[in-house]
Design a protein around this ligand. Structure first.
Ligand code: SF4
Length: 445
Protein backbone atom coordinates (compact mmCIF):
# COMPACT_ATOMS: atom_id res chain seq x y z
CA UNK A 1 0.00 0.00 0.00
CA UNK A 2 1.36 3.47 -0.91
CA UNK A 3 0.52 6.81 0.71
CA UNK A 4 0.35 10.17 -1.08
CA UNK A 5 -2.03 13.04 -1.72
CA UNK A 6 -4.64 12.11 -4.31
CA UNK A 7 -6.55 14.33 -6.76
CA UNK A 8 -10.35 14.02 -6.89
CA UNK A 9 -11.61 12.47 -10.12
CA UNK A 10 -15.19 13.46 -10.91
CA UNK A 11 -17.08 11.99 -13.86
CA UNK A 12 -17.61 14.75 -16.43
CA UNK A 13 -20.58 14.01 -18.56
CA UNK A 14 -23.62 15.93 -19.71
CA UNK A 15 -25.56 12.65 -19.80
CA UNK A 16 -25.81 12.32 -15.99
CA UNK A 17 -27.40 14.89 -13.70
CA UNK A 18 -28.23 14.88 -10.01
CA UNK A 19 -29.50 17.15 -7.25
CA UNK A 20 -31.05 16.02 -3.98
CA UNK A 21 -34.83 16.34 -4.16
CA UNK A 22 -35.35 15.49 -0.51
CA UNK A 23 -37.34 12.28 -1.07
CA UNK A 24 -35.79 10.86 2.15
CA UNK A 25 -35.36 7.47 0.46
CA UNK A 26 -31.78 7.20 1.72
CA UNK A 27 -32.93 8.04 5.29
CA UNK A 28 -35.33 5.08 5.14
CA UNK A 29 -33.15 2.66 3.23
CA UNK A 30 -29.62 2.88 4.57
CA UNK A 31 -27.95 1.78 7.75
CA UNK A 32 -25.36 4.40 8.65
CA UNK A 33 -22.09 3.47 10.28
CA UNK A 34 -20.57 6.30 12.32
CA UNK A 35 -16.99 7.53 12.34
CA UNK A 36 -15.32 8.94 15.48
CA UNK A 37 -15.85 12.53 14.28
CA UNK A 38 -19.55 11.78 13.62
CA UNK A 39 -19.90 10.51 17.19
CA UNK A 40 -18.24 13.65 18.55
CA UNK A 41 -20.58 15.91 16.57
CA UNK A 42 -23.69 14.02 17.68
CA UNK A 43 -22.52 14.21 21.27
CA UNK A 44 -21.99 17.98 21.00
CA UNK A 45 -25.47 18.37 19.53
CA UNK A 46 -26.89 16.88 22.74
CA UNK A 47 -29.33 14.44 21.12
CA UNK A 48 -29.39 11.83 23.87
CA UNK A 49 -31.18 14.20 26.20
CA UNK A 50 -33.55 15.49 23.54
CA UNK A 51 -34.50 12.08 22.11
CA UNK A 52 -34.67 10.40 25.50
CA UNK A 53 -32.23 7.76 24.23
CA UNK A 54 -28.87 7.68 22.53
CA UNK A 55 -29.03 8.16 18.72
CA UNK A 56 -26.19 5.61 18.48
CA UNK A 57 -26.40 1.83 18.76
CA UNK A 58 -23.47 -0.52 19.03
CA UNK A 59 -23.57 -3.71 17.02
CA UNK A 60 -20.73 -6.15 16.44
CA UNK A 61 -18.25 -3.68 17.90
CA UNK A 62 -19.22 -0.79 15.60
CA UNK A 63 -21.37 2.29 16.08
CA UNK A 64 -24.45 2.96 13.96
CA UNK A 65 -27.23 5.51 13.74
CA UNK A 66 -30.28 4.27 15.63
CA UNK A 67 -33.25 3.22 13.52
CA UNK A 68 -36.95 3.37 14.37
CA UNK A 69 -39.19 0.28 14.36
CA UNK A 70 -39.98 0.88 10.67
CA UNK A 71 -36.27 0.91 9.84
CA UNK A 72 -36.05 4.66 9.15
CA UNK A 73 -33.32 6.82 10.69
CA UNK A 74 -34.17 8.11 14.16
CA UNK A 75 -33.52 11.66 12.88
CA UNK A 76 -36.06 11.50 10.04
CA UNK A 77 -38.76 14.02 11.01
CA UNK A 78 -42.47 13.82 10.16
CA UNK A 79 -41.99 16.43 7.39
CA UNK A 80 -39.48 14.11 5.67
CA UNK A 81 -36.48 16.25 6.61
CA UNK A 82 -33.40 15.33 8.61
CA UNK A 83 -33.58 16.85 12.12
CA UNK A 84 -29.79 17.35 12.24
CA UNK A 85 -29.77 19.09 8.86
CA UNK A 86 -32.79 21.24 9.77
CA UNK A 87 -31.25 22.43 13.02
CA UNK A 88 -27.49 22.45 12.46
CA UNK A 89 -27.02 22.36 8.68
CA UNK A 90 -25.63 19.89 6.14
CA UNK A 91 -22.09 19.73 7.52
CA UNK A 92 -23.35 18.73 10.97
CA UNK A 93 -24.69 15.40 9.65
CA UNK A 94 -22.75 12.11 9.74
CA UNK A 95 -20.34 12.03 6.83
CA UNK A 96 -21.99 9.03 5.13
CA UNK A 97 -25.28 10.98 5.00
CA UNK A 98 -23.56 14.06 3.54
CA UNK A 99 -21.75 11.95 0.98
CA UNK A 100 -24.66 9.95 -0.47
CA UNK A 101 -25.18 9.36 -3.41
CA UNK A 102 -21.48 9.89 -4.13
CA UNK A 103 -19.19 6.93 -3.46
CA UNK A 104 -15.41 7.01 -3.17
CA UNK A 105 -12.88 4.73 -4.81
CA UNK A 106 -9.29 5.81 -4.05
CA UNK A 107 -6.99 4.55 -6.81
CA UNK A 108 -3.46 5.18 -7.98
CA UNK A 109 -4.45 8.16 -10.14
CA UNK A 110 -6.79 9.74 -7.62
CA UNK A 111 -10.07 9.33 -5.74
CA UNK A 112 -12.68 8.34 -8.27
CA UNK A 113 -16.17 9.53 -7.43
CA UNK A 114 -18.82 6.90 -8.10
CA UNK A 115 -22.54 7.54 -8.36
CA UNK A 116 -25.17 5.49 -6.56
CA UNK A 117 -28.29 4.65 -8.54
CA UNK A 118 -30.03 3.79 -5.27
CA UNK A 119 -30.98 7.49 -5.32
CA UNK A 120 -34.14 8.21 -7.37
CA UNK A 121 -32.76 11.58 -8.53
CA UNK A 122 -29.71 9.79 -9.99
CA UNK A 123 -31.82 7.17 -11.78
CA UNK A 124 -34.24 9.78 -13.09
CA UNK A 125 -31.34 12.00 -14.12
CA UNK A 126 -32.78 15.06 -12.41
CA UNK A 127 -30.85 18.11 -11.26
CA UNK A 128 -27.52 19.82 -11.90
CA UNK A 129 -24.56 18.46 -13.88
CA UNK A 130 -22.48 16.05 -11.83
CA UNK A 131 -19.34 18.20 -12.09
CA UNK A 132 -21.16 21.04 -10.32
CA UNK A 133 -20.91 19.02 -7.06
CA UNK A 134 -17.10 18.92 -7.19
CA UNK A 135 -16.48 21.49 -4.41
CA UNK A 136 -18.80 19.70 -2.03
CA UNK A 137 -17.25 16.31 -2.79
CA UNK A 138 -13.73 17.70 -2.33
CA UNK A 139 -14.71 19.10 1.08
CA UNK A 140 -16.08 15.71 2.16
CA UNK A 141 -13.07 13.73 0.92
CA UNK A 142 -10.80 15.95 3.03
CA UNK A 143 -12.77 14.88 6.09
CA UNK A 144 -11.68 11.24 5.63
CA UNK A 145 -7.98 11.17 6.62
CA UNK A 146 -7.25 7.69 5.26
CA UNK A 147 -8.47 8.80 1.81
CA UNK A 148 -7.17 12.39 1.90
CA UNK A 149 -3.72 11.01 2.76
CA UNK A 150 -3.91 8.75 -0.26
CA UNK A 151 -3.68 5.21 1.07
CA UNK A 152 -3.96 3.21 -2.14
CA UNK A 153 -4.18 -0.49 -2.86
CA UNK A 154 -3.17 -1.43 -6.40
CA UNK A 155 -5.86 -2.92 -8.64
CA UNK A 156 -5.55 -6.60 -9.57
CA UNK A 157 -6.27 -7.91 -13.09
CA UNK A 158 -7.26 -11.29 -11.69
CA UNK A 159 -6.54 -13.14 -8.44
CA UNK A 160 -2.82 -13.48 -9.15
CA UNK A 161 -1.85 -10.53 -11.39
CA UNK A 162 -1.58 -6.87 -10.49
CA UNK A 163 -2.79 -4.51 -13.23
CA UNK A 164 0.20 -2.78 -14.83
CA UNK A 165 0.20 0.77 -16.22
CA UNK A 166 -2.56 1.34 -18.74
CA UNK A 167 -4.14 -2.14 -18.51
CA UNK A 168 -7.13 -1.01 -16.46
CA UNK A 169 -7.77 1.83 -18.92
CA UNK A 170 -7.59 -0.62 -21.86
CA UNK A 171 -10.25 -2.79 -20.24
CA UNK A 172 -12.46 0.23 -19.48
CA UNK A 173 -12.16 1.40 -23.10
CA UNK A 174 -13.04 -2.04 -24.47
CA UNK A 175 -16.20 -2.44 -22.39
CA UNK A 176 -17.15 1.16 -23.05
CA UNK A 177 -16.81 0.39 -26.75
CA UNK A 178 -18.97 -2.75 -26.57
CA UNK A 179 -21.68 -1.08 -24.49
CA UNK A 180 -21.56 2.02 -26.69
CA UNK A 181 -22.35 0.05 -29.88
CA UNK A 182 -25.82 1.58 -30.04
CA UNK A 183 -26.25 0.26 -33.57
CA UNK A 184 -26.79 -3.09 -31.79
CA UNK A 185 -29.65 -4.01 -29.45
CA UNK A 186 -28.89 -3.64 -25.73
CA UNK A 187 -29.46 -7.39 -25.27
CA UNK A 188 -26.66 -8.08 -27.81
CA UNK A 189 -24.31 -5.60 -26.13
CA UNK A 190 -24.92 -7.15 -22.70
CA UNK A 191 -24.41 -10.65 -24.08
CA UNK A 192 -21.21 -9.38 -25.72
CA UNK A 193 -19.98 -7.87 -22.44
CA UNK A 194 -20.70 -11.12 -20.56
CA UNK A 195 -18.97 -13.14 -23.32
CA UNK A 196 -15.92 -10.86 -23.21
CA UNK A 197 -15.74 -11.26 -19.43
CA UNK A 198 -15.92 -15.05 -19.72
CA UNK A 199 -13.09 -14.89 -22.29
CA UNK A 200 -10.95 -12.79 -19.91
CA UNK A 201 -11.70 -15.18 -17.04
CA UNK A 202 -10.51 -18.14 -19.14
CA UNK A 203 -7.48 -16.41 -20.74
CA UNK A 204 -3.96 -16.94 -19.44
CA UNK A 205 -3.48 -13.24 -18.78
CA UNK A 206 0.08 -13.73 -17.53
CA UNK A 207 1.05 -14.34 -21.18
CA UNK A 208 -0.58 -11.18 -22.53
CA UNK A 209 0.55 -8.18 -20.56
CA UNK A 210 0.73 -4.51 -21.50
CA UNK A 211 0.27 -3.82 -25.21
CA UNK A 212 -0.41 -7.53 -25.86
CA UNK A 213 -3.41 -7.31 -23.54
CA UNK A 214 -4.51 -4.28 -25.59
CA UNK A 215 -4.21 -6.38 -28.77
CA UNK A 216 -6.25 -9.19 -27.20
CA UNK A 217 -8.94 -6.74 -26.07
CA UNK A 218 -9.08 -5.17 -29.53
CA UNK A 219 -9.50 -8.62 -31.05
CA UNK A 220 -12.28 -9.55 -28.61
CA UNK A 221 -13.97 -6.17 -29.07
CA UNK A 222 -13.85 -6.57 -32.87
CA UNK A 223 -15.15 -10.12 -32.91
CA UNK A 224 -17.75 -10.33 -30.13
CA UNK A 225 -20.70 -9.86 -32.49
CA UNK A 226 -19.75 -12.81 -34.71
CA UNK A 227 -18.74 -14.98 -31.76
CA UNK A 228 -21.98 -14.60 -29.81
CA UNK A 229 -24.02 -15.06 -32.97
CA UNK A 230 -22.15 -18.29 -33.74
CA UNK A 231 -22.66 -19.62 -30.21
CA UNK A 232 -25.81 -18.06 -28.72
CA UNK A 233 -26.33 -18.66 -25.00
CA UNK A 234 -28.33 -21.72 -24.02
CA UNK A 235 -31.22 -21.29 -21.58
CA UNK A 236 -29.97 -21.44 -17.97
CA UNK A 237 -30.17 -24.77 -16.17
CA UNK A 238 -32.43 -25.23 -13.14
CA UNK A 239 -29.37 -25.15 -10.92
CA UNK A 240 -28.16 -21.87 -12.47
CA UNK A 241 -31.62 -20.32 -11.99
CA UNK A 242 -31.62 -21.47 -8.37
CA UNK A 243 -28.24 -19.81 -7.79
CA UNK A 244 -29.52 -16.65 -9.50
CA UNK A 245 -32.50 -16.47 -7.12
CA UNK A 246 -30.14 -16.93 -4.16
CA UNK A 247 -27.99 -14.09 -5.50
CA UNK A 248 -31.16 -11.95 -5.85
CA UNK A 249 -31.82 -12.61 -2.16
CA UNK A 250 -28.24 -11.66 -1.23
CA UNK A 251 -28.46 -8.42 -3.24
CA UNK A 252 -31.83 -7.28 -2.06
CA UNK A 253 -32.43 -8.42 1.49
CA UNK A 254 -32.37 -5.33 3.62
CA UNK A 255 -30.88 -6.23 6.99
CA UNK A 256 -31.78 -3.41 9.36
CA UNK A 257 -29.34 -2.79 12.16
CA UNK A 258 -32.25 -1.74 14.39
CA UNK A 259 -34.00 -5.10 13.93
CA UNK A 260 -30.73 -7.01 14.42
CA UNK A 261 -30.11 -5.05 17.59
CA UNK A 262 -33.61 -5.71 18.94
CA UNK A 263 -33.98 -9.37 17.94
CA UNK A 264 -30.38 -10.52 18.27
CA UNK A 265 -28.30 -12.40 15.73
CA UNK A 266 -30.00 -15.76 16.43
CA UNK A 267 -33.54 -14.58 15.66
CA UNK A 268 -32.33 -12.78 12.55
CA UNK A 269 -30.32 -15.73 11.24
CA UNK A 270 -33.22 -18.21 11.41
CA UNK A 271 -35.49 -15.87 9.45
CA UNK A 272 -32.74 -15.24 6.91
CA UNK A 273 -32.09 -18.93 6.46
CA UNK A 274 -35.79 -19.60 5.83
CA UNK A 275 -36.06 -16.78 3.24
CA UNK A 276 -32.82 -17.85 1.55
CA UNK A 277 -34.17 -21.40 1.18
CA UNK A 278 -37.47 -20.10 -0.14
CA UNK A 279 -35.64 -18.12 -2.83
CA UNK A 280 -33.60 -21.19 -3.71
CA UNK A 281 -36.77 -23.30 -4.02
CA UNK A 282 -38.41 -20.62 -6.19
CA UNK A 283 -42.05 -21.65 -5.90
CA UNK A 284 -45.09 -20.18 -4.19
CA UNK A 285 -45.10 -16.75 -2.54
CA UNK A 286 -42.04 -14.50 -2.58
CA UNK A 287 -41.32 -13.49 1.04
CA UNK A 288 -40.87 -9.75 1.66
CA UNK A 289 -37.17 -8.93 1.93
CA UNK A 290 -37.03 -5.13 1.70
CA UNK A 291 -38.94 -1.92 2.40
CA UNK A 292 -41.97 -1.27 0.22
CA UNK A 293 -42.11 -4.89 -0.97
CA UNK A 294 -45.33 -5.33 -3.02
CA UNK A 295 -47.90 -7.73 -1.58
CA UNK A 296 -48.94 -11.08 -3.04
CA UNK A 297 -45.81 -11.68 -5.11
CA UNK A 298 -45.26 -15.17 -6.46
CA UNK A 299 -42.16 -16.67 -8.07
CA UNK A 300 -44.05 -17.65 -11.22
CA UNK A 301 -44.60 -13.94 -11.99
CA UNK A 302 -40.96 -13.82 -13.09
CA UNK A 303 -41.58 -16.57 -15.67
CA UNK A 304 -44.71 -14.87 -16.97
CA UNK A 305 -43.07 -11.45 -17.63
CA UNK A 306 -40.81 -11.04 -20.65
CA UNK A 307 -38.50 -8.39 -22.07
CA UNK A 308 -39.84 -5.09 -23.45
CA UNK A 309 -40.78 -5.06 -27.15
CA UNK A 310 -42.38 -1.60 -27.46
CA UNK A 311 -40.18 1.07 -29.06
CA UNK A 312 -40.72 3.67 -26.37
CA UNK A 313 -39.85 1.30 -23.51
CA UNK A 314 -36.83 -0.12 -25.32
CA UNK A 315 -35.38 3.36 -25.88
CA UNK A 316 -35.94 4.39 -22.24
CA UNK A 317 -34.49 1.12 -20.85
CA UNK A 318 -31.47 1.36 -23.13
CA UNK A 319 -30.73 4.92 -22.00
CA UNK A 320 -30.93 4.05 -18.27
CA UNK A 321 -28.78 0.92 -18.60
CA UNK A 322 -26.15 2.69 -20.68
CA UNK A 323 -25.89 5.51 -18.13
CA UNK A 324 -25.73 3.07 -15.23
CA UNK A 325 -23.18 0.65 -16.68
CA UNK A 326 -20.91 3.40 -17.94
CA UNK A 327 -21.03 4.97 -14.52
CA UNK A 328 -20.10 1.69 -12.76
CA UNK A 329 -17.19 0.94 -15.11
CA UNK A 330 -15.77 4.42 -15.61
CA UNK A 331 -15.96 5.65 -12.02
CA UNK A 332 -14.29 2.56 -10.58
CA UNK A 333 -17.39 1.09 -8.91
CA UNK A 334 -17.04 -2.27 -10.65
CA UNK A 335 -13.76 -3.52 -9.14
CA UNK A 336 -10.79 -2.56 -6.98
CA UNK A 337 -11.39 -0.05 -4.18
CA UNK A 338 -14.90 0.70 -5.51
CA UNK A 339 -15.96 -2.98 -5.23
CA UNK A 340 -14.55 -4.82 -2.20
CA UNK A 341 -11.00 -4.65 -3.61
CA UNK A 342 -11.93 -7.35 -6.15
CA UNK A 343 -9.77 -7.95 -9.25
CA UNK A 344 -11.08 -6.47 -12.50
CA UNK A 345 -12.21 -9.78 -14.02
CA UNK A 346 -14.17 -10.87 -10.94
CA UNK A 347 -15.64 -7.39 -10.56
CA UNK A 348 -16.90 -7.59 -14.15
CA UNK A 349 -18.44 -11.01 -13.44
CA UNK A 350 -20.23 -9.52 -10.44
CA UNK A 351 -21.44 -6.58 -12.54
CA UNK A 352 -23.05 -8.75 -15.23
CA UNK A 353 -24.51 -11.02 -12.57
CA UNK A 354 -26.04 -7.94 -10.98
CA UNK A 355 -27.53 -7.09 -14.38
CA UNK A 356 -29.20 -10.52 -14.41
CA UNK A 357 -30.37 -10.01 -10.82
CA UNK A 358 -31.86 -6.65 -11.83
CA UNK A 359 -33.60 -8.31 -14.80
CA UNK A 360 -35.13 -10.95 -12.50
CA UNK A 361 -36.36 -8.28 -10.11
CA UNK A 362 -37.71 -6.10 -12.94
CA UNK A 363 -39.82 -9.11 -14.08
CA UNK A 364 -41.13 -9.58 -10.56
CA UNK A 365 -42.02 -5.88 -10.42
CA UNK A 366 -43.74 -6.09 -13.81
CA UNK A 367 -45.71 -9.12 -12.61
CA UNK A 368 -46.78 -7.29 -9.45
CA UNK A 369 -48.30 -4.60 -11.68
CA UNK A 370 -50.02 -7.07 -13.97
CA UNK A 371 -47.66 -6.43 -16.88
CA UNK A 372 -46.44 -9.17 -19.20
CA UNK A 373 -43.43 -7.11 -20.39
CA UNK A 374 -40.77 -5.23 -18.46
CA UNK A 375 -41.00 -1.44 -18.65
CA UNK A 376 -38.49 1.31 -17.83
CA UNK A 377 -40.38 1.85 -14.54
CA UNK A 378 -39.77 -1.82 -13.63
CA UNK A 379 -36.06 -1.45 -14.39
CA UNK A 380 -35.85 1.69 -12.24
CA UNK A 381 -37.64 -0.01 -9.33
CA UNK A 382 -35.28 -3.00 -9.60
CA UNK A 383 -32.11 -0.92 -9.93
CA UNK A 384 -33.05 1.19 -6.90
CA UNK A 385 -32.95 -2.06 -4.91
CA UNK A 386 -29.95 -3.80 -6.47
CA UNK A 387 -27.55 -0.84 -6.59
CA UNK A 388 -28.05 0.01 -2.93
CA UNK A 389 -26.04 -3.06 -1.88
CA UNK A 390 -23.41 -3.11 -4.65
CA UNK A 391 -20.03 -2.38 -3.10
CA UNK A 392 -21.59 -1.70 0.32
CA UNK A 393 -23.00 -4.97 1.68
CA UNK A 394 -20.07 -6.94 3.17
CA UNK A 395 -21.60 -10.34 2.28
CA UNK A 396 -21.53 -9.48 -1.45
CA UNK A 397 -17.76 -9.12 -1.18
CA UNK A 398 -17.29 -12.44 0.61
CA UNK A 399 -15.25 -15.44 -0.49
CA UNK A 400 -18.48 -17.44 -0.80
CA UNK A 401 -19.85 -14.92 -3.30
CA UNK A 402 -16.62 -15.10 -5.33
CA UNK A 403 -16.83 -18.89 -5.43
CA UNK A 404 -20.48 -18.75 -6.51
CA UNK A 405 -19.58 -16.41 -9.40
CA UNK A 406 -16.60 -18.55 -10.40
CA UNK A 407 -18.88 -21.61 -10.57
CA UNK A 408 -21.43 -19.77 -12.71
CA UNK A 409 -18.79 -18.39 -15.08
CA UNK A 410 -17.17 -21.77 -15.65
CA UNK A 411 -20.53 -23.29 -16.53
CA UNK A 412 -21.29 -20.51 -19.03
CA UNK A 413 -23.93 -19.36 -16.56
CA UNK A 414 -23.08 -15.68 -16.80
CA UNK A 415 -24.12 -15.40 -20.45
CA UNK A 416 -27.09 -17.73 -20.00
CA UNK A 417 -28.50 -15.72 -17.09
CA UNK A 418 -27.80 -12.28 -18.56
CA UNK A 419 -29.55 -13.33 -21.76
CA UNK A 420 -32.49 -15.07 -20.04
CA UNK A 421 -33.08 -11.99 -17.85
CA UNK A 422 -32.59 -9.46 -20.68
CA UNK A 423 -34.61 -6.27 -20.46
CA UNK A 424 -35.39 -5.76 -24.13
CA UNK A 425 -36.16 -7.84 -27.19
CA UNK A 426 -35.71 -5.60 -30.17
CA UNK A 427 -35.44 -6.39 -33.83
CA UNK A 428 -32.88 -4.47 -35.82
CA UNK A 429 -35.64 -3.08 -38.04
CA UNK A 430 -37.01 -1.18 -35.09
CA UNK A 431 -36.09 2.45 -34.93
CA UNK A 432 -35.66 2.46 -31.18
CA UNK A 433 -31.97 2.17 -30.49
CA UNK A 434 -30.56 4.65 -28.02
CA UNK A 435 -28.53 7.70 -28.75
CA UNK A 436 -25.00 6.87 -27.59
CA UNK A 437 -24.68 10.30 -25.94
CA UNK A 438 -21.28 11.47 -24.91
CA UNK A 439 -19.05 8.94 -23.26
CA UNK A 440 -18.25 10.21 -19.75
CA UNK A 441 -14.66 10.95 -18.92
CA UNK A 442 -13.18 11.17 -15.48
CA UNK A 443 -11.47 14.48 -14.79
CA UNK A 444 -9.36 15.78 -11.95
CA UNK A 445 -11.00 18.69 -10.21
S1 SF4 B 1 -32.39 9.37 -1.98
FE1 SF4 B 1 -31.36 10.97 -3.24
S2 SF4 B 1 -32.93 12.54 -3.65
FE2 SF4 B 1 -33.70 11.24 -1.96
S3 SF4 B 1 -33.05 12.34 -0.07
FE3 SF4 B 1 -31.44 10.81 -0.53
S4 SF4 B 1 -29.92 11.94 -1.80
FE4 SF4 B 1 -31.82 13.19 -1.78
Amino acid sequence: MTTRSLPILMPRTSEQRYSCHGCAGCCRDFTVQLRPDDLARLEAQNWTQRLGQSPVVEFRGRQWLRQREDGACVFLAADGRCSIHAEFGLEAKPLACQMFPFMLAPGEKGVRIGLSFACPSMIHNRGAEIASHADDVRRMVRLIPEIAQGQVRPVQLNASLQAAGGEEEQIVRTFERVLGRVDLPMSTRLDGAAWLTEMLAQAKLENVRGSRLGDLLDLLGDSFEEEIEAAPPEPPTKRQMKVLRQIVFAHVEDVKIGAAHRRGIGGLAIGQLWRHRTFGRGSGAVPPIARGWPERLTFDMVDRAGPATADEQIGAIDAIMLRYLRSRIITGRAWGPGYYGWPIVEGLEALWMMVAVTGWLARLHAGAHGRSEVTAADLEAALLRTDRAAGRAPWLGSRGERLRLAWLTQGGGLRRLVHAMRFTDESLEQDNLADAGDSPEVIAC
